[in-house]
Design a protein around this ligand. Structure first.
Ligand SMILES: [Zn+2]
Length: 296
């Protein structure tokens, strides 16, 4: 049996790094005036996340699907302001809430040209963690770096802030994998990327190609089922990763989708989960995995 984690990066609609900006800017806003893109709050479009939210959360809550959210603090705060009635639906005992930056920062500064000192990064992640803990009245133990890019200080900072695990590193595999200790305190839960030469071809376990029309639903299901079948090690895990806005925003066409199209994407996602469960997957979260497998 393999564990399957559903991991949702809860962020502004397609966050992109911009030169000389600490915060990310939603793709749809990148050509606006500097007055707008310089402002971290005005740089956020949540339209896709908001329009995806109800069909997605209804499925997750009705079926009590264990799900891990990695939140960008700014977007969660804005979501709470704009969608007060929906917000409480995130408070479920079967959900795990982790951190995904304050403003989807590029912690390495490689893309933005702005590097964070260790103190600045500590303060940034500390305030973002507190924000999420307050908004959701929960404890935050997991981290996923924006753009999957850790700085050379991030893991140490996570230790100091009492995180227990991170999920920001890709690992090549054709089968389920195991987490490992990345320092004395933090367990790394890598995200699988299948090798180019495998039958799945080079596939990141993000649902990006599905929502961007690059791989058919049938192919995506077949590939995940294949990884599951390859997973002979008991208690190994596979994660399925996606973004909160991707049901409703088509990046390569730079457009928001219609209600019917959004529904179709949600159905494709739920069909995938159903199929994996039919093949014996146990849907879970990193924290539950750590509780159930006393490996560290
Ligand atoms: Zn993100």
């Amino acid at each position: 049996m393999s564990y399957v984690f559903i991991c949702i990066d809860f962020d502004r609609d397609y966050a992109i790094p911009m030169d000389k900006h600490k915060h990310a800017v939603s793709n749809i806003i990148k050509n606006e005036s500097e007055e707008i893109t310089k402002d971290p709050e005005l740089s956020v479009s949540l339209k896709g996340t908001i329009e995806s939210f109800n069909p997605l959360i209804t499925y997750l809550n009705d079926n009590k699907v264990p799900t891990t959210f990695y939140h960008e603090a700014r977007s969660l705060k804005l979501f709470n302001k704009l969608q007060q009635n929906s917000f409480s639906k995130l408070n479920q005992p079967f959900f795990e809430h982790g951190l995904h930056g304050y403003d989807h920062e590029d912690l390495t500064g490689e893309e933005t040209g702005i590097k964070f000192s260790e103190d600045e990064e500590f303060e940034l992640l500390q305030s973002a963690k507190k924000e999420i803990e307050n908004l959701l009245s929960t404890e935050v133990h997991g981290f996923r770096a924006p753009y999957m890019k850790l700085s050379s200080n991030t893991i140490d900072i996570l230790s100091k802030l009492e995180f227990t695990h991170d999920s920001s590193i890709y690992k090549q595999s054709e089968a389920g994998i195991f987490p490992y200790k990345i320092n004395d305190d933090i367990i790394e839960f890598p995200v699988i990327k299948t090798p180019k030469e495998s039958v799945m071809k080079g596939m990141y376990t993000y649902l990006w190609p599905l929502f961007e029309g690059k791989r058919s639903e049938e192919e995506v299901v077949k590939n995940y089922v294949q990884i599951l079948k390859n997973s002979k090690d008991k208690n190994s895990y596979i994660s399925i990763n996606l973004h909160s806005w991707h049901f409703a925003y088509f990046i390569s066409q730079n457009r928001y989708l219609t209600k019917t199209e959004i529904q179709k994407n949600v159905v494709a996602f739920t069909n995938l989960i159903d199929k994996l469960e039919e093949h014996g997957a146990m849907i879970s979260t990193p924290t539950r995995w750590l509780e159930e497998n006393n490996l560290f």
